[in-house]
Ligand binder design. Structure first.
Ligand code: 13P
Length: 250
């Protein structure tokens, strides 16, 4: 089975309602063939239903950027997996570095969210990646390995068939310091080794591994040319339809 290629945008906490609608329309109108790649956007919760309904059947998948791990309850300020699904989302982003390092999410809660995604019919995109000091100490692989093992605890081979992993080195996010294609490929190949160890060769081979961190139209092609880089998770450069489309067609 061939591995899918996914170009995903993470809008983070940006855009007014009007901007969300106009960017979605521009993406639908302008994305073109994208060389057989899939396109997805992770939008703020308040825009999810409308963006998902606009995108339905248009080759643009939608996800939310975070959720809680319970079906419902007294959890003020949170969105449940049922709500994400009901809004029309296909995907849910889990464990983004800003959730881990700004909001203090630990692997245990990230694992609970991954389990909840499966329980309620969402496709998780799990983000992993090391901090600058861990990178400088040569610990990138160790950090990614530990995160994969902890965050995927209890997840079955069958469930992994609809898993996507995004490697986002924290030192490359929003800093303009993109990992070189070689650095990224090296970590991606290692993550595939870990996934193969955990889930077997067949599953390890088909899980799409996306790279994220300062992806721009001019560095996208180099990253995508690597054997184990199966897509991109784009922050800043996904906010404008033009640059996101250029990346998707790179
Ligand atoms: P930037 O592309 O802005 O570096 O952000 C990457 C990211 O965090 C995507 O989830």
């Amino acid at each position: 089975m061939a591995r899918r290629t996914i170009i995903a945008g993470n809008w983070k906490m940006y855009k007014t309602h009007e901007e969300a609608v106009s960017t979605t329309l521009a993406l639908i109108d302008g994305k073109g063939g994208m060389k057989g790649r899939e396109m997805a956007i992770f939008v703020p919760a308040v825009f999810a239903r409308e963006v998902a309904s606009m995108s339905k059947g248009k080759g643009l998948d939608v996800g939310m950027q975070n959720m809680y791990n319970q079906k419902e309850g007294a959890f003020t300020g949170e969105n449940s997996p049922v709500m994400v699904k009901d809004a029309g989302c296909r995907y849910i982003l889990i464990g983004h570095s800003e959730r881990r390092h700004v909001f203090g999410e630990k692997d245990e809660i990230i694992n609970a969210k991954v389990r909840a995604a499966y329980e309620f019919g969402l496709e998780p995109m799990l983000c992993i990646g090391e901090l600058l000091e861990e990178y400088e100490a040569g610990k990138s692989k160790e950090v990614c390995r530990n995160q994969l093992i902890a965050d995927l605890r209890g997840i079955t081979v069958d469930q992994m068939k609809v898993m996507t992993i995004a490697y986002e080195p924290v030192w490359a996010i929003g800093t303009g310091k993109v990992a070189t294609p070689e650095i990224a490929q090296n970590i991606h190949a290692y993550c595939r080794e870990v996934l193969t160890e955990l889930y077997g060769k067949e599953t390890g081979e088909i899980i799409p591994l996306l790279y994220g961190g300062s992806v721009k139209p001019d560095n996208a092609a180099g990253l995508l040319s690597q054997t184990d880089i199966d897509g991109l998770l784009v922050g800043g450069a996904s906010l404008k339809a033009d640059s996101f489309i250029a990346i998707a067609n790179a």
